[in-house]
Each structure stands twice: as C-alpha cells, then as structure tokens.
Ligand binder design. Structure first.
Ligand code: NAG
Ligand code: NAG
Ligand code: NAG
Ligand code: NAG
Length: 370
C-alpha cells in the first residue's frame, strides 16, 4: 500500500492521487500483506471444486490443492480471503432475500447494489445465491427470481470483472419442497448452478423408514433431468453431502429396516426431519461404539451404521463416505459436469489425530474423479 502513495505516487498528479485514495477507502483498504491479493480472481479453471465454509478456523486445514471457490456462509474473515486468493481460489458472498419482496424491481436493484458494494469492500469474487424458498410455477415470484439472478449476474460481471455468480438448486427440478423455479432460465442467467444433491428424503411419500441422504441412483437420475431440460452440463456443479442423518428407530428389524416417526414436510407425510443432521466427523466417532460397524447398502449405494444410545434405543445413521462420493465424482466426469462441491467443508475432523487426518484426507481426495 505504501508503495502506491510514496513510490509511484510521487510522480502522479495530485488529482489522480486523491482519486486513488478515495477509491481505496470507499472500496475498503486491502487487509492482505500483498495488496495484489485483493484483486479479484479472474479466469476459469478446468474443474470447479466449490466449497462452503461455515466459519471458524478450519479453513486453514482444508485441502487447497483443488479448491476453486469458497462460498462464505459464516463470518467474513479477511485472512481467509487473502489466503484463498494466494491459492487462486475465488471467495464469494452468500445471497438470500425473501422471494415475496423481489417482485418489486426496486427491491432487487437495491439488494444487488448492496451485495456488489459489500463484495467490493471485502475484495470478494462474486456471490452464491441460496434461496430455498417455496415458489409456485408461473407466479410473480417465479419470474422475479429468474430476473434477480439475471440482474445480479449482469451487475457483478460489470462491476467486478471476472466475478462469479452461482445459484443453488434442489437435487431435482421437480418442484422439490415446493420450489418450482425456472431452472433453465436461472442456469442461463448465471455462471453455473450448484445442485444440492442431499436431503433427498425431505419428502417421503412411501414407507416411513430411514434411507440414505443421497442415494446414488436417485441422485444421478436428476442430473439427467436437468441436462434433458436443456441445461449445459458445463453449467452444473454437483453438490455432495459431508453430513448424514441420525435416525431414532421406532423399530429396527434384522434386515436393517429402521422405521421412523412421521414428521410431515411441505405436504409429504414423512421426512428426514425425523432424523438429526450429523457432520461426518461426528459419525466417524460413532463407528467404534456402533453395533454394526460401517455397512453398505447395495441398492442405494450408500454407507450406514447402527448403534444403541444410552437409553437402549436403536439408531440408524445414513451418510456419505469416500466410497459413495467417489462413485458420484466418477459420474461428474462421465457427464462432463463443471465440477463438484460439498455442504460443507467444516464437517471433517481437522484436529490432527492420525485416524482423523486419514479420514479427512480421503474425503477431500474422493471429490476428484479418477
Ligand atoms: C425461463 O427463463 C427464460 C430466460 O429468462 C425464458 O426465456 C423462459 O421463457 C422461461 N421459461 C419459463 C417456463 O417461464
Ligand atoms: C476405533 O478402533 C480402532 C481399532 O481398535 C482404533 O484404531 C481407532 O482409533 C478407534 N477410533 C476411534 C475414533 O476411537
Ligand atoms: C440404477 O438405475 C439403473 C437404471 O435405472 C438400473 O439399471 C440399476 O440397476 C440401478 N442400480 C441400482 C443399484 O439400483
Ligand atoms: C476428531 O479427532 C480427534 C482425534 O484427533 C478425536 O479426539 C475427536 O473425537 C474427533 N472427533 C471430533 C468430532 O472432533
């Protein structure tokens, strides 16, 4: 920073100097040791590894060798921004707004301006729009949402050259959880969509039993639907879960069928809301005390385990591990998708114990198709 004003600055006219310092202040001074690290990342990488950070210091232990974008869903950490930029990775804001409000174009414009200004001040490289609200097909909100994405992308690309605008969509385009969006319009209007291929049991219409968070077949069928609708595979990033569901079984029979409480969700009689979300690191801590060890379900191509809690009640836990994630990553390659990502990077154990370290490294490695 000093160099700019005292070195090269000495030869600049005063008016220009004032302009530069004004721009610097209004866009937020650069917190990085090397001011060049505050420049936005531009250019595309061949394979996108899109990760969500939910805060804390665990980012220091991420496997940065493949990360291309970090979406900040926790508190802004300037140190993380500087580091990510030093590794050529983008850092993007989280965007969410009530869909009722965005029917008004002035509300959209104000929101977009606020986000662009914030991204500039924090030296960020775009925004990930994560609106998971109910929208009815062809409602005013349906059209407004596509407009919001289009206008956000135009503003970011114009104001922050090289920036990235992405949108999170459900695991299926079939109005999951009553989210009926214009998926082709949204994909066309941003850089790519991140498909949240998890919580796939949010609306269970058949038997109320515990099932995998993201069964293989169930997951990949929906990518074929998105592509069949006309979305270019290069505009799709597959999202995999680094967490699972711990279900309390009302009954558990020998064939590993765990019946669960009926917890309705957005019209369906039962749901994964009957279970409790658990990060991978917590599930790995359950393995030794489980009664089953890690089992593999051939039909869903997913791992699970069973344990008895302190009250003698059986639980069944469904999750994803390197084996199930590698299968999905291979499919990303086969379909020629833009890349892969996960919710969320902070689910792993970065404490440094040798077993934890091994498990954590294997999860990162599984993201990269062989
Ligand atoms: C979806 O959005 C695109 C782009 O704005 C538009 O051309 C298309 O008509 C929309 N489709 C539907 C079904 O509304
Ligand atoms: C589980 O047991 C194995 C083998 O006895 C041991 O090496 C490992 O450290 C244990 N893991 C945990 C998380 O306690
Ligand atoms: C997955 O789906 C395909 C095509 O529908 C089917 O052939 C295959 O048997 C299924 N695999 C499993 C494990 O159910
Ligand atoms: C993480 O690993 C450490 C050992 O390195 C272990 O003590 C701890 O139980 C593990 N699990 C979690 C959730 O941190």
């Amino acid at each position: 920073m000093e160099g700019l004003l005292s070195g090269a600055g000495a030869r600049l006219p005063v008016a220009l100097l004032l302009l530069i310092s004004h721009l610097r202040l209004s866009s937020g001074a650069c917190p990085c040791e090397d001011p060049a690290l505050c420049n936005p990342i531009s250019g595309a990488r061949d394979f996108e590894v899109f990760i969500f950070d939910i805060g804390g210091q665990a980012w220091k232990f991420y496997d940065w060798s493949h990360i291309t974008t970090v979406a900040i869903f926790g508190k802004y950490d300037p140190e993380l921004m500087c580091y990510a930029h030093s590794r050529g990775a983008r850092v993007v804001l989280k965007g969410d707004i009530s869909v009722k409000s965005i029917v008004d174009p002035a509300v959209r414009a104000a929101w977009i301006k606020e986000k662009v200004d914030l991204a500039k001040r924090q030296h960020l490289d775009g925004i990930n729009i994560d609106i998971e609200q109910e929208v009815a097909k062809s409602s005013p909100e349906y059209y407004a949402l596509t407009d919001l994405v289009k206008e956000t992308t135009e503003a970011f690309h114009r104001e922050i050259p090289g920036s990235q605008v992405t949108f999170d969509v459900a695991w299926s385009p079939d109005c999951i959880d009553k989210r009926c969006y214009n998926y082709t319009g949204i994909a066309e209007s941003c850089d790519f969509v991140f498909v949240m291929s998890y919580d796939e049991q949010s609306q269970v219409w058949s038997e109320c039993i515990a099932r995998a968070n993201a069964p293989y077949n169930h997951t990949i069928m929906e990518y074929e639907k998105y592509i069949h609708m006309g979305i270019n595979p290069k505009k799709i990033v597959m999202g995999v879960p680094w967490y699972g569901y711990d279900y309390t079984c009302l009954g558990l029979i020998k064939a590993h069928v765990c019946s669960i409480a009926k917890v309705p969700f957005r019209g369906a009689p039962c749901s994964d809301a009957a279970g409790r979300q658990r990060p991978y690191k917590v599930i790995m801590d359950l393995v030794n005390s489980s009664i089953s060890g890690i089992l593999w379900d051939e039909e869903q191509e997913a791992p699970y385990l069973e344990y008895k809690d302190g009250h003698g009640v059986f639980h069944q836990v469904w999750f994803d591990n390197p084996r199930s994630i590698s299968l999905k990553a291979a499919y990303v390659k086969k379909l020629g998708l833009r890349g892969i990502g996960m919710w969320n990077a902070d689910c792993l154990n970065y404490s440094g114990g040798s077993l934890a370290q091994e498990q954590t490294a294997a999860m990162w490695a599984a993201l990269i198709p062989k």
